[in-house]
Write a protein that binds this ligand. Structure first.
Ligand code: ADP
Length: 161
């Protein structure tokens, strides 16, 4: 059984994340979305809020072979070992992502030699889309409906009201 993990901050989960997820679904038997905290980024949503939102999105999208978990204070290389996962999915939007991801993949492989990082290129529609951009727009009351699922847009509205 081919199991993959899709790790990220998902703060919030955007159509860019969803696009990568939907494309990865056809490549693996099971995908685990692992919500982590990126210490270099300040989080808008708590991990439990992100969990509830992502769970609802995968139900709405009928993605039956996708699970969601939260993790904290654990290296990705150790997390995948604990879960018995062989593949790590990441999305690439730009050469900036590429530089960062190449280093991360090398570190993860040094820590866990059986882990294979798989990179999916961002769909051109979502190449400029990031959670940070969405937060910036929402903060100033802009329309984020083309960037995030409805449930995320509603949750963002509450955060900034
Ligand atoms: P992290 O803080 O771990 O980078 P993110 O939630 O920002 O968490 O991103 C998780 C993964 O999703 C990363 O691999 C990132 O490159 C990818 N990703 C984020 N937004 C997009 C997008 N618009 N298109 C493709 N991949 C994306």
């Amino acid at each position: 059984m081919k199991k993959a993990i899709y790790v990220g901050s998902f703060d919030p989960f955007t159509y860019g994340h969803l696009n990568i997820l939907k494309r990865a679904v056809s490549l693996f038997d099971e995908i685990i979305i692992a919500i982590g905290t990126n210490p270099s980024k300040q989080s808008l949503f708590r991990a439990d809020e992100k969990y509830d939102i992502i769970l609802k999105i995968i139900q709405q999208e009928d993605l039956n072979n996708v699970k969601v978990i939260q993790y904290e204070d654990e290296l990705t290389a150790h997390l995948v070992e604990r879960l018995g996962v062989q593949y790590l999915i990441r999305g690439l939007r730009s050469t900036k992502d590429f530089e960062y991801e190449m280093d991360m993949a090398a570190v993860n492989r040094a820590l866990n030699s059986s882990l294979e990082s798989i990179f999916l290129m961002s769909d051109s529609r979502y190449r400029s889309l990031s959670s940070s951009v969405v937060k910036e727009i929402a903060k100033f009351n802009g329309d984020i409906s083309s960037f995030v699922p409805e449930i995320v847009a509603q949750a963002m509205k509450k955060k900034y009201s």
